[in-house]
Design a protein around this ligand. Structure first.
Ligand code: NAD
Length: 260
């Protein structure tokens, strides 16, 4: 288990991040959760994790657009929980548009939240991990770190960037007991996927059912959405001592999508 370890999971008020945070807590890690959302809902989640799993759980409101706030999130873990052993960079946003009409501010926000924030959190947490001779950096990238889809230029560029960043950090940290890996999910049924359906309907002139079956699951040979629990299980493996030799890996969990 991960008893006594301290984990930070960005974007853990929803979807995949919430599943990973709960999985880490269930394995005994203290957890810093992070993300946007209404205060009462987040407090209920935080208190629920403490009560259910008997670990400490703190909330950092750090906005991934701010390097200072990201450093503050790592500082909160170190000051209040005495370490930062496991860093899961999961926060992310999506925007779907043909590139000719892609708004500059949306492109920049995706680069900052999906890529720059990963750099800033690693920059803040890696020294803590190196000093302790143990650490786990787990970046939630995407199948779009390996292949592209039309109308997702910013997201695909940012996620390919996360793959390169992950490999570089793995090399820099390799002799310090710190691993860095990227998880590349295919389509997972979360609010992020649900919210892009109307835009994809508009961009491609399709109905909701056509987007689900002909666009989303079309790419996925299993014809099944990946589940949050399956992604969390892979993250838990990467966090374990058994995964000490897995580093610099870009790991698909995509129902076969990137096999073709
Ligand atoms: P989600 O929308 O359910 O959750 C995203 C989380 O990020 C939320 O907690 C949100 O509050 C947080 N967030 C967004 N902007 C933020 C900001 N500026 N500062 C701090 N937190 C912020 O999405 P999800 O589907 O769970 O996605 C999680 C990660 O998984 C993302 O990086 C996404 O790109 C990746 N991913 C998702 C899928 C999928 O099919 N759902 C597939 C591949 C990769």
């Amino acid at each position: 288990g991960l008893v006594g370890k301290v984990a930070i999971v960005t974007g853990s008020t929803s979807g995949i991040g919430l599943g990973i945070a709960r999985g880490l807590a269930a394995s005994g890690a203290h957890v810093v959760i992070n993300g946007l959302g209404d205060a009462a809902g987040i407090e209920a989640e935080r208190a629920g994790i403490e009560a259910e799993f008997g670990v400490r759980c703190l909330y950092s409101p750090a906005n991934m657009l701010s390097a200072d706030e990201i450093a503050g999130m790592v500082g909160l873990a170190v000051d209040e929980l005495s370490s930062a052993d496991i860093l899961v960079n999961n926060a992310g946003i999506q925007f779907v548009s043909p590139i000719e009409e892609f708004p500059d501010d949306k492109f920049e926000a995706i680069m900052r939240i999906n890529l720059m924030a990963v750099f800033h959190s690693i920059k803040a947490a890696l020294p803590v991990m190196k000093a302790r001779g143990w650490g786990r950096i787990i970046n939630v990238a995407s199948a779009h770190a390996l292949v592209a889809s039309p109308f997702k230029s910013a997201y695909v560029a940012a996620k390919h960037g996360v793959a390169g960043l992950t490999k570089t950090v793995a090399l820099e940290a390799a002799t310090h007991g710190v691993t860095a890996n990227a998880i590349c999910p295919g389509y997972v049924w979360t609010p992020l996927v649900e919210k892009q359906i109307p835009d994809t309907m508009a961009a491609r002139g399709l109905t909701k059912e056509q987007v689900i079956h002909d666009v989303l699951l079309e790419a996925q040979p299993t014809k099944q959405f990946v589940t949050v629990d399956q992604v969390a299980a892979l993250a838990l493996f990467l966090a374990s001592d058994a995964a000490a030799s897995v580093t610099g890996a870009i790991l698909p969990i995509d129902g076969g999508w990137t096999a073709h």
